[in-house]
Write a protein that binds this ligand. Structure first.
Ligand code: PLP
Length: 423
């Protein structure tokens, strides 16, 4: 008899003896809340869960049209744009495809930098769509440099490069690319290439200014700063991108902006929308507005800083070589040589019921990632860092103690409601 069944049957005098199946269920219940500290999907707050539980309404009726028009207006606020934002029932990978298919033609040259797993994956999508992808070797610990980009664009005297792809917050490395500086590099080189940016793990976490930074297409997904489950993909566009869509010829139907525009104007979609997720999105936008985007960003910055202090005090290294290039939504931590990050994550899951992000691509087994984005507060971060520190001890990963304490002290001292601090 399995040990748990034997243990449970000690209490058989209280009622019927347990069936092995019930016992299996007993063994899987873990008291308390699971800590989902992935860099997305993030914790979905109760308000969003409640909103998404509402009954589906007619997606061709007036109530739906009112909701859609409101959501599309609020998305412009979130992306910081006066131009349309398109919402697809898709993951962010779909939105990558939409950005390319609406602006380019097969054989068009696109420039990209190998600075992380998601930058690679976007290139892969571009290659499959028949684009001529020039992927320049990059360093996964530093962002691409604007001056290199400028030089490459100047060298392209025939103006064959039609688009440049960047990942603002490279979730696999937690390295941030300066998009405003990239815009300036394109302008200095006087190059007409479109600037396509992945803001999947930066939007609603880190400052992102679609119009001000002159981004032509911003790609996003619902499962990070927007606090929803995966299932909605977004493209925010510029007038140049909309113009390009008139001649773009990558074969596609589902992603076409012209159809979306026609339907969105009346508050509808060209196909059956994911109404439950749209309810959640409406509520998420309301929550972000209530908190204030500036405060949302400051909160993420503060939690990222506290996390980096913990990592430093543990004597471990973050992936970005320079903390000035670190993302505020996620922190990627290198484990010491000979210590498998995936084994460490397994110990943390088993002992403390917390999921940390795994190392991706060439960082597999060498990195664990602490997600601190979305619906998050000081005590959730305190629990997360306490779990990491206990996990380091439990897994026998060499470190100094006191990292969580360093973060607690920073959080206690840096009062977001009183930025000047106490006397
Ligand atoms: N881009 C970035 C930066 C991501 O972090 C992710 C997923 O984590 C993606 C793109 C792909 O998104 P999805 O898995 O929703 O297709």
């Amino acid at each position: 008899m399995a040990p748990a069944l034997a243990a449970a049957n000690q209490w058989a005098h209280l009622g019927e003896r347990l069936h092995p199946y019930d016992c299996e269920l007993l063994m899987t219940y873990r008291s308390g809340r699971h800590f989902l500290q992935l860099p997305g999907p993030t914790n979905t707050p109760f308000r969003l869960l409640q909103a998404m539980a509402r009954p589906v309404i007619d997606h061709r009726g007036p109530e739906f049209a009112r909701m859609t028009k409101g959501i599309l207006a609020e998305l412009q606020w979130l992306f910081r744009t006066q131009n349309p934002v398109f919402v697809y029932p898709s993951s962010a990978t779909g939105a990558w495809e939409a950005a390319l298919a609406n602006t380019l033609a097969p054989g068009d040259r696109v420039l990209s930098f190998d600075h992380g797993f998601f930058a690679q994956k976007w290139c892969h999508v571009a290659g499959r769509l028949g684009l001529d992808v020039r992927r320049l070797p990059g360093d996964w610990r530093t962002p691409p440099s604007p001056s290199t980009v400028e030089d490459l664009l100047r060298e392209d005297t025939e103006r064959r490069i039609r688009a440049v792809l960047f990942v603002h917050s490279e979730t696999s490395t937690a390295v941030k690319t300066d998009i405003a500086a990239m815009r300036k590099a394109l302008d200095r080189a006087d190059h007409p290439a479109l600037l396509l940016v992945d803001a999947v793990s930066s939007l609603a976490c880190m400052e992102f200014l679609h119009d001000e930074w002159g981004v032509d297409v911003t790609v996003c997904g619902s499962q990070k700063g927007m606090m929803l489950p995966a299932g909605l993909g977004f493209t925010a566009v510029s007038s140049r991108a909309l113009e390009a869509s008139k001649t773009a010829s990558i074969p596609s139907a589902y992603w076409q902006w012209d159809e979306m525009l026609r339907f969105n104007e009346r508050g509808f979609f060209p196909y059956t929308p994911a109404t439950g997720l749209l309810y959640g999105l409406e509520e998420a936008l309301a929550m972000l507005k209530e908190e204030g985007l500036g405060r949302v960003i400051a909160r993420h910055d503060r939690h990222a800083e506290a996390t980096r202090r913990a990592v430093e005090a543990w004597g471990l290294e973050i992936v970005p070589c320079d903390a000035a290039h670190a993302c505020s939504s996620v922190t990627a931590v290198l484990t010491p040589d000979g210590h498998d990050a995936d084994r460490f994550r397994a110990v943390v899951l088993d002992r403390f019921d917390m999921s940390l992000g795994k190392g991706l691509g060439e960082l597999e087994g060498r990195v664990f990632r602490i997600g601190h984005l979305g619906d998050f507060n000081d005590l959730m971060l305190a629990g997360t860092l306490a779990g990491v520190e206990m996990g380091l001890s439990a897994a026998g990963v060499p470190h100094r103690t006191g990292g969580a304490q360093a973060a607690f002290e920073y959080l206690a001292r840096e009062d977001p409601t009183n930025p000047g601090g106490h006397p």
